[in-house]
Structures are given as structure tokens and as C-alpha cells.
Write a protein that binds this ligand. Structure first.
Ligand code: UDP
Ligand code: MG
Length: 357
């Protein structure tokens, strides 16, 4: 970046949002690395002194919140957002994005799998006019074969179903303030950020980095959660499976027609032929299976309509810890912590600004 570029963007306030679910094993290291990086970027004149790290505690039951609150009390440039329960990775990210103050907001996982040094290149890309900067994994050799294969199959399937996602990009990205405002207009309860962000239509860039192994602790995405995430992604963004069912039904009807023609042909040509057991029983089982499968796919979409129609809040903020004070939420409209997108802020104490932590 040239000094001229720096002068034209002297005071970018950067927020780094980190969703945390039972991450006390790794969080100290994450905090230390992100703080050093923040200081480095401030010294370089790339970001403003008021830049912050926003830790979102997604209903952890270990010491995650104690650590975050301790840093806030110690005067670190940290904001803590505590959700009232585990709302899931995507909703925790959204809670962080809507609580952050920055002109540019970067989301990064707590486990240090995503190389934090790419943040500087993301900020440079932002200064060059990009409002969305995707962190894309150049290498993911550190992931297990299973994780790598299932993830890549998922990206390919999404592409085949006509959903625009960025290959090998997870939730490590920079969004401008305007991008977050656009994002806030997407009101779906079943949030799938990787599908929504490309729909914002803003100028974007890609920054490559090498994916590392988890620094400490265990993955918070067991197989069941991964399958749920993938199903959510597909059914929230594509009606192709429903069309596939129609096509399948059509194909099976044609096959049945052909079978009927064959039966008539056998009947007329070989008067003594006894119709086979297999040709009677097999289609019954086969059609039974197809019908159940189709009912399941339809059920997925009906279930989605059901959860969307209820319009439940996507996250509930129990409390927020900030540098100058540590207060419960429930502040007047217009305050930065009162712009959640369909997320609800829960009033934990009656008076505004009262100490809650
Ligand atoms: N996470 C979260 N809520 C959850 C599950 C995960 O906030 O319900 C956070 C987790 O703390 C981490 C990030 O989401 O910062 C990604 O999770 P993880 O690294 O366990 O997933 P993986 O890399 O194994 O897919
Ligand atoms: Mg991880």
C-alpha cells in the first residue's frame, strides 16, 4: 500500500469478531495474538487506535466469559458479548457483527485455525476499495481427510445446485459497515452467511492463507452439527432438490409405463407365462423408498417454513462488557448494542448502565 492510500484512509476503525463456544483452552493465545496484531496495525497507521476485538461468548459453560470479562476489566481494547444460551456459530457471528463498532469488521474463529496474519492483507484490500474480503484456504492439509472431503463435496454440491459460494472459504472474512447494513436486511432465521454474503453484490476480493490445525481444545462441529449445517445451507438457498423430486417422479412414471407395456407384451406373446414375483414386489419396495425419501425432502422445506414463520430471535444478548464499563444490555435505541438484526437484546437489569458483571 502506498503512503497516499494510507493518508486517504487514516482512521479505519477495525473490529475483529471472534465467536467462542467453550474455548477457554485456546482463548488466551487467541487474545494475545490478536492484540499484538492490532497494535502492529495501529503502529503501521493502517487502523485507528479505537479498533477493538469483540469476543462473542456463545453460551459457554467453561471459563470463556471470565477470561473475556477479565480483559475488559483490565482495560484491554476488548468488547465482550455474552449470549444467553448457545445459539450456534452463525448466530454468534451475527451477534458480533451487529455489536461491532468498526468501519470494517473481520470475523475469525477462536481456535487459530485461520492464519491471523492474513488480517493485514484483508485491511489493505479494504483500503483498496473492497467492501467484502474473503479469506480462502490455500492449503487445508491440517484438516482430517474426512473433514476436507466432506467440506469440498459440500461446496461442489452447493455449486451444482446453483448456490453461489466461494470455494474453500468459511467464515473468515472482512465486511465493510455498508456490507453489514445490507446483511441486516436479510431476515432469515436459518442463517447461512456463506450463501448470503455473495448475494450482497458489493465489490469483493480474496485473500489466501494456509489453514492450520486447531491450537487447543476440540472441534465444536461434530458430525451431526456438520450435517445440520450442510442441510441448512442447501435448503435455505436452493429449491433444486424439490425439482429433482418432480423429475424423479416423472422418470419413475415413465419406467412404470415401460414395465406395463412389457407385462402386456409378455401376456400376449406367452399365454402360459406366470408373472414373476420380483417384478411385482420390487417396484412396491422401490416406490415406497422413493416416496419416503421425497416426503423427507419436502419435510425439510416445510420445517424451514415453520421456523422462518415463527420469526424467533436469532440470538439473545444477556450482557455486554466494554472497556469503560461492564454493563447489562437494555440501552436506548440507537446505541451500538441495540442494532441487532432480529436478534433480541434481553434486559437483565432495570437501570441503564448498571453494573451487571
Ligand atoms: N462456535 C460457536 N458456537 C457453536 C459452535 C462453534 O460460537 O455452537 C465457534 C467456535 O468456538 C469456533 C468457531 O465457531 O470459534 C468454529 O468452530 P470449530 O473451530 O469448532 O469448527 P471446525 O473448525 O472444527 O469446523
Ligand atoms: Mg476450527
Amino acid at each position: 500500500m502506498t503512503p497516499n492510500d494510507l493518508n486517504s484512509h487514516p482512521l479505519t476503525v477495525l473490529s475483529i469478531v471472534v465467536p467462542c463456544f467453550n474455548e477457554d483452552a485456546v482463548l488466551k493465545e487467541t487474545y494475545s495474538r490478536l492484540s499484538s496484531l492490532r497494535e502492529h496495525l495501529v503502529r503501521e497507521g493502517k487502523i485507528a487506535h479505537g479498533s477493538e476485538i469483540v469476543f462473542v461468548d456463545d453460551g459457554s459453560c467453561d471459563r470463556t466469559w471470565e477470561l473475556i470479562d477479565g480483559w475488559v476489566r483490565g482495560g484491554a481494547p476488548v468488547v465482550g458479548v455474552k449470549l444467553s444460551r448457545n445459539c450456534g456459530h452463525q448466530n454468534a457471528l451475527l451477534a458480533g457483527l451487529t455489536s461491532a463498532n468498526g468501519d470494517a469488521v473481520i470475523t475469525i474463529d477462536a481456535d487459530l485455525q485461520d492464519d491471523e496474519s492474513a488480517i493485514e492483507r484483508m485491511v489493505d484490500a479494504f483500503h483498496q476499495g473492497n467492501e467484502v474480503v474473503y479469506g480462502v484456504r490455500a492449503k487445508r492439509a491440517s484438516d482430517t481427510w474426512f473433514k476436507r472431503t466432506t467440506a469440498r463435496t459440500f461446496y461442489r454440491l452447493m455449486a451444482a445446485l446453483g448456490v453461489r459460494t466461494v470455494f474453500d472459504h468459511a467464515d473468515y472474512r472482512l465486511l465493510s459497515r455498508r456490507a453489514i447494513q445490507y446483511l441486516c436486511q436479510f431476515n432469515e432465521v436459518n442463517l447461512f452467511l456463506r450463501g448470503v454474503v455473495p448475494l450482497l453484490g458489493l465489490r469483493s476480493a480474496v485473500v489466501h492463507y494456509d489453514r492450520r490445525p486447531r491450537f487447543a481444545g476440540e472441534s465444536k462441529y461434530p458430525l451431526a452439527k456438520m450435517v445440520e449445517f450442510a442441510l441448512n445451507g442447501i435448503t435455505s438457498f436452493s429449491v433444486t432438490p424439490l425439482r429433482a423430486i418432480t423429475l424423479l417422479g416423472f422418470a419413475i412414471s415413465l419406467a412404470c409405463l415401460a414395465l406395463a407395456i412389457w407385462v402386456i407384451f409378455v401376456k400376449l406373446t406367452f399365454p402360459n407365462a406366470v408373472p414373476g414375483w420380483a417384478s411385482t414386489i420390487l417396484p412396491i419396495y422401490f416406490l415406497g423408498g422413493v416416496q419416503l425419501f421425497c416426503a423427507g425432502v419436502l419435510g425439510e422445506y416445510v420445517g424451514k417454513i415453520y421456523t422462518e414463520i415463527k420469526r424467533r430471535p436469532r440470538f439473545l444478548i444477556e450482557k455486554v462488557a466494554e472497556r469503560s464499563r461492564s454493563i447489562s444490555v437494555g440501552r436506548p435505541q440507537g446505541h451500538r448494542f441495540h442494532r441487532p438484526v432480529r436478534g433480541k437484546v434481553q434486559r437483565t437489569r432495570a437501570a441503564h448502565g448498571e453494573n451487571a458483571t
